[in-house]
Design a protein around this ligand. Structure first.
Ligand code: ATP
Ligand code: MG
Length: 243
């Protein structure tokens, strides 16, 4: 136990700063490959997201949405520019620090849900808390609360294969919230759902941002869902278009 707690403290993040924007992206560039074959996925992107905002990110396929979300969530590093999340400059974090950021400060939601097939809904939601070595009783209580919040209290023991797409995505939202992240990042979370289910999932995200006080950045193609956002950012060919 002492070993695991010392590992944890080694990767601990500086205390979040309650002032300032939740996300600050300044002149970020990211290319894949080099030379004439290089793809310039982001060509100098700058924006801020205030605390408690739900910001939608739109743009055509290949415009750089996933690249940008991965950078903001600490899954990838920019070639140039700075990214600050909750007052922390990601460039200064290193591998362990980025790991801690993704575990403790950011919740990810993917188009393909990304649930573990052999675990029940409740076990899936509990995974991030296990990684943080949270107290089992605290974990069980929070898992039950989150499943109730996403309307799945009666489905806790079902595995992902026994749930509908919309239910699976609601489990993924509950899981993303397990460690009380400051920031939710969702990459086309309704992309695999029919229009009605997709709208319900987006409305849930909207409610979560209001109710839990989190900030969210959500990539989506869906015009109906854009209307639920506080603000829409548009990427075109690796650049933000001003509206
Ligand atoms: N790992 C990679 N290696 C090489 N090129 C990549 C890689 N990932 C993305 N790209 C390229 O970078 C550009 C931006 O891709 P990205 O996945 O960010 O777009 P997107 O807006 O998320 O698209 P979609 O709506 O289809 O998901 C594209 O031209 C893509 O081909
Ligand atoms: Mg994408």
């Amino acid at each position: 136990m002492s070993r695991s707690s010392s590992t944890r403290s080694a990767a601990a993040l500086a205390e979040p700063t309650p002032e300032g924007p939740m996300v600050k992206v300044a002149d970020v560039r990211r290319s894949y490959g080099t030379g004439p074959a290089a793809v310039h996925a982001l060509r100098g992107v700058s924006f801020e997201i205030g605390r408690g905002e739900l910001v939608a990110l739109k743009g055509r396929s290949g415009s750089g949405k996933t690249t940008l979300l991965n950078l903001v969530g600490g899954l990838d590093s920019p070639d140039q520019g700075t990214i600050t999340v909750d007052g922390t400059d990601l460039a200064g974090l290193g591998e362990n620090g980025l790991l801690a950021l993704r575990r403790d400060r950011v919740g990810f939601i993917f188009q393909s849900f990304g649930l573990i097939p052999i675990l029940t809904a409740a076990e899936n939601v509990g995974v991030p808390m296990r990684l943080r070595k949270a107290d089992p009783r605290e974990r069980e209580e929070r898992v039950a609360l989150l499943l109730a919040m996403v309307g799945l209290a009666d489905h806790a023991e079902q595995r992902p294969g026994e749930l509908s797409g919309g239910q699976q995505q609601r489990v993924a939202i509950a899981r993303a919230l397990a460690n009380r992240p400051a920031l939710l990042i969702a990459d086309e979370p309704t992309g695999q759902l029919d229009a009605e289910t997709g709208l319900a999932v987006m409305e849930l995200l909207r409610a979560v941002v209001r109710g839990e006080g989190v900030t969210a950045l959500v990539a989506t193609h869906d015009a109906q869902l854009l209307g639920l956002a506080d603000r829409v950012l548009e990427l075109s060919d690796g650049e933000i278009i001003e509206h």
